[in-house]
Design a protein around this ligand. Structure first.
Ligand SMILES: CC(C)(COP(=O)(O)OP(=O)(O)OC[C@H]1O[C@@H](n2cnc3c(N)ncnc32)[C@H](O)[C@@H]1OP(=O)(O)O)[C@@H](O)C(=O)NCCC(=O)NCCS
Length: 168
């Protein structure tokens, strides 16, 4: 993984995806199942990871998924996804999810946010190097800083858990 790749900005791979929800996606309460919302977010993040890295990438971890408001059957759901941070082969993709009733032009409602870690893979399924990330705006810089904090917490948590297993 020593190849030097040209840096890309988040704008290079940022996307917006939209869909209309259906009854088939409802839970027993009649709202859209959380797993369906998660799937939309994962799909959007996967497209971004593929675009930034010019090839296949798999979901390695879901760092955080916040469900802020219920999504109703018939809502239009749109997802905004962009790369927040990259390591050697891993990328953190942030996703914002918004909804609006299909039959009313009300304000878009922020219904959820998620942070995925994707790892770019080669044909054999091994991690491969991805282009570096270059912030294009102050907001990109903030997202990079915040993603670094999440990554360091994630690694610290893993180290602490592994250390606990050695001693017990
Ligand atoms: C993701 C996967 C390729 C990582 O393979 P691996 O052999 O553990 O890779 P490495 O240990 O070399 O780590 C590669 C990178 O992944 C990151 N990574 C691996 N597991 C991770 C996890 N659970 N959380 C966050 N990052 C992770 C490492 O930090 C490293 O990042 P870096 O290269 O930017 O420093 C492998 O675990 C896998 O194939 N998992 C299944 C993926 C899948 O099926 N997803 C669902 C459908 S898409």
């Amino acid at each position: 993984m020593s190849e030097i790749l040209e840096a890309r900005t988040p704008a290079y791979s940022r996307i917006e995806l939209a869909t209309v929800t259906s009854r088939a996606q409802a839970n027993l309460l009649g709202n859209i199942h959380g797993g369906e919302v998660l799937k939309l977010a994962d799909s959007a993040a996967g497209v971004v990871a593929q675009r930034h890295s010019d090839g296949p990438a798999v979901t390695a971890a879901l760092d955080e998924m916040a469900f802020l408001e219920p999504v109703r059957v018939g809502d239009i759901v749109r997802t905004f996804a962009q790369v927040n941070w990259v390591g050697t082969s891993s990328m953190e993709i942030g996703v914002r999810i918004e909804s609006q009733p299909w039959d009313a032009t009300t304000e878009w409602l922020h219904v959820g946010s998620a942070y995925f870690v994707f790892v770019a893979i080669d044909g054999a399924g091994h991690a491969r190097a991805v282009p570096r990330l270059q912030a294009g705006t102050p907001a990109d810089e903030r997202r990079m800083r915040e993603a670094e904090i999440r990554r360091s917490h994630r690694l610290a948590r893993r180290r602490e858990i592994e250390a606990g297993r050695v001693t017990t």
